[in-house]
Design a protein around this ligand. Structure first.
Ligand code: AMP
Ligand code: ZN
Ligand code: ZN
Length: 405
């Protein structure tokens, strides 16, 4: 009898000492101010019961893959390896691009430790219903449950998948789950951040949140679930006439290779031509800035990447930069919104909203940094934060009830 009591006590202790469940939900491209348009009753209700930040500062470049991977690793792109959605590795002569699943699933590109790896190293099961980096082909670097990215997968199916995971038997149930929706980004690009169509996308995202909330009680653990909503970046209005044609500026005099375009360009001139090409660009600096590799300002957190070339050009907010051929594609694309610009431009800031047993209630705070979400997750799960990351628990832990003072 005494023994049985002991076992029950131990079981009880184990059950109660387990951390809560946490779902990290990304609304791609959901700008910090979209919740102020009167279109998000569900998110507003969550705000009342949880924590809302003025904005979430992205990392440079404010693109989807670099930022999702910074959120999940606590590292700047120069340290986690994914410096753009598409980039070239001069060491191996290979190009990484998010549309190529052989690249996206190859673990060698990802030089950070994602939170699902940290969690599983600590005996916490993780799952991902989409997240950049979650599909790598090495079992030990991947969440136990994951999905191959499918842009067209219906949103309800994604939520149903998460609910199914939360209904798994206790010993198989994930405690950390990621979930991803693209609508604000897709509509933002196509129609612009101030369009009715974008507002329609905001409505879609609010309704899918409501659907998630309506289904959580079926799991019986709804009171132990934290929801953290984030976005990877914001969106700004663009028009295709704002284009910087770098080939035209450099002219035919020099031989150069271009390795990226959009909001920044990597340029590798032929041997001995770097200084001359740099000078030419510097003289023509209008709506962009040119840097030699070793003079990129620290605030980009970019310069220690081994993937950079000799010259880097960064465009101003709203300006697209690249080659003549890319200009043609850009005009054809006819986008009304874009991102990728400097992280301190407010239009590039995403949103942060969280609620659940670990979060303070009705608490509003200023701008948070997205690299601090990884240490926040460590704190929620009681995992000591490694010191070799860029994120800092000190900047964000005050959001949690246990650290409220
Ligand atoms: P961008 O706006 O160019 O930074 O990228 C946004 C696009 O990234 C979205 O439209 C998605 O289709 C794509 N995307 C998001 N997550 C993933 C993923 N896990 N795997 C592949 N593509 C993704
Ligand atoms: Zn994005
Ligand atoms: Zn986008």
């Amino acid at each position: 009898m005494k023994k049985l009591f002991g076992i029950l006590l131990l079981l009880n202790f184990t059950l109660f000492s387990q951390p809560n469940y946490t779902i990290l939900i990304s609304f791609d491209g959901f700008r910090h101010d979209y919740m102020e348009r009167g279109l998000t009753p569900t998110l507003k209700e969550i705000e009342k019961n949880g924590v809302r930040a003025a904005s979430l500062r992205p990392v440079y470049p404010s693109k989807t893959f670099p930022n999702h991977y910074s959120i999940i690793t606590g590292l700047y792109p120069e340290n986690h390896g994914i410096i753009a959605n598409t980039f070239y590795d001069p060491q191996t002569d290979e190009t990484y691009t998010i549309g190529d699943s052989t690249k996206v699933t190859n673990a060698k590109w990802y030089t950070g430790e994602a939170f699902w790896e940290t969690a599983q190293r600590n005996g916490i099961i993780a799952a991902s219903y989409f997240w950049p980096g979650s599909e790598v082909k090495l079992d030990y670097r991947r969440p136990r449950y994951y999905m191959k990215y499918d842009h067209d997968r219906p949103y309800k199916t994604r939520v149903d998948g998460v609910i199914d995971w939360l209904k798994l038997p206790y010993s198989e149930r994930p405690r950390f789950i990621t979930l991803y929706f693209d609508a604000a980004d897709s509509y933002g690009h196509n129609y612009g951040p101030d369009s009715d169509s974008l507002n329609h996308a905001i409505g879609i995202l609010d309704r899918i949140t409501s659907y998630l909330l309506s289904r959580l009680p079926e799991t019986g653990i709804e009171d132990s679930v934290n929801l953290i909503f984030v976005s990877d970046h914001g969106m700004t209005q663009v028009d295709t006439s704002k284009y910087i044609d770098v080939e035209q500026i450099i002219g035919n005099e020099y031989k150069v290779k271009f390795w990226n375009w959009g909001t920044f360009v990597l340029i590798q001139p032929e041997k001995d031509q770097t200084e001359a090409v740099y000078k030419k660009l510097k003289q023509n600096e209008k709506h962009f800035k040119s840097y030699r590799k070793d003079e990129i300002p620290d605030f980009y957190h970019f310069s220690s990447s081994p993937l950079l070339s000799d010259i880097i050009l960064v465009s101003d907010l709203g300006w697209e930069i690249g080659t003549t051929a890319h200009r043609k594609r850009y005009i054809k694309w006819n986008a009304h919104g874009n991102h990728g610009f400097e992280k301190d431009q407010l239009d590039m800031h995403g949103f942060f909203l969280a609620a659940g047993p670990d979060f303070r209630k009705g608490y509003k705070t200023g701008t948070l940094w997205n690299i601090d979400i990884y240490p926040l997750l460590c704190e929620i799960f009681g995992i000591p934060v490694r010191s070799n990351i860029d994120g800092r628990a000190e900047r964000i832990r005050f959001l949690l009830t246990k650290n409220a003072f």
